[in-house]
Design a binder for this molecule. Structure first.
Ligand SMILES: [Zn+2]
Length: 234
């Protein structure tokens, strides 16, 4: 079992990796990780740049009641992370950024079509976008409701969360997830590349068709699932 100190180390490293990958500016982003055994999530403290966080600064939050341990306040997006851990099966790490290409799609209110194999390798279909939050949801428990609309959208797709490890929050930006914090950061980086490629694809040809279903399935399944053969066996 991973110790709490080790998890804090992994989450701090993932936050710094997010900054090193150029996916966050200042403190506009956060990474968390979960320990189901201990019933807690570990998340970046609020307002501290991702690239500067240390394991000792990480905030431990109870999954049951959201109560925190430690001296620093957790990221203001913590209620969103809590909902996603409760609602999305198999998720062990979550990332939120305002990375510019993915956020541009979110601001345009558009899902990201799957135009090619880079996308198909990582996401089993178009990257979904949430419905707009209602005025009541915005005025109420806004960050929790943000998690609810993400989980709602993934639920509508009828797909396992780890097969579609990203969603765009409309007018806001992306959340990504993975089996652990490092995987969630990798998916945030891939999403940004895919978002940039899709934008450029439509710039070259506004009528570009999505990738064919057979090619998309071949690429996704060679990296995921029981028949996966991409990479090295571990
Ligand atoms: Zn945000």
């Amino acid at each position: 079992m991973t110790s709490l100190a080790e998890l804090c180390g992994h989450v701090a490293a993932a936050n710094r990796a997010l900054a090193e990958a150029g996916l966050v500016t200042l403190s506009f982003g956060n990474v968390s990780g979960i320990s189901h055994d201990r019933g807690v999530l570990v998340i970046k403290p609020s307002g501290i740049p991702c690239g500067e966080v240390t394991p000792e600064q990480m905030v431990v939050v109870s999954l049951r009641d959201g109560i925190t341990e430690g001296g620093l306040r957790p990221s203001s997006d913590t209620p969103t992370h809590l909902v996603l851990y409760r609602r999305l099966e198999g998720v062990g790490g979550i990332v939120h950024t305002h990375s510019p290409f993915a956020s541009a799609w979110a601001q345009a209110g558009r899902e990201i079509p799957c135009f090619g194999t880079t996308h198909a390798d990582h996401f089993a279909g178009p990257v979904p976008i949430t419905r707009p939050l209602t005025d009541a949801e915005i005025a109420g428990d806004y960050e929790r409701e943000t998690g609810e609309v993400i989980a709602e959208r993934i639920g509508e797709l009828g797909i396992e969360a780890l097969r579609m490890p990203a969603a765009l929050v409309r007018s806001h930006g992306p959340f990504t997830w993975g089996a652990d914090p490092a995987e969630a950061v990798g998916n945030a980086a891939t999403l940004e590349i895919v978002a940039a490629m899709a934008w450029r694809t439509l710039a070259l040809d506004p009528g570009a068709p999505p990738i064919g279903g057979a090619l998309a399935a071949r690429h996704f399944n060679r990296k995921h699932g029981p028949g996966a053969y991409y990479g090295q066996q571990v």
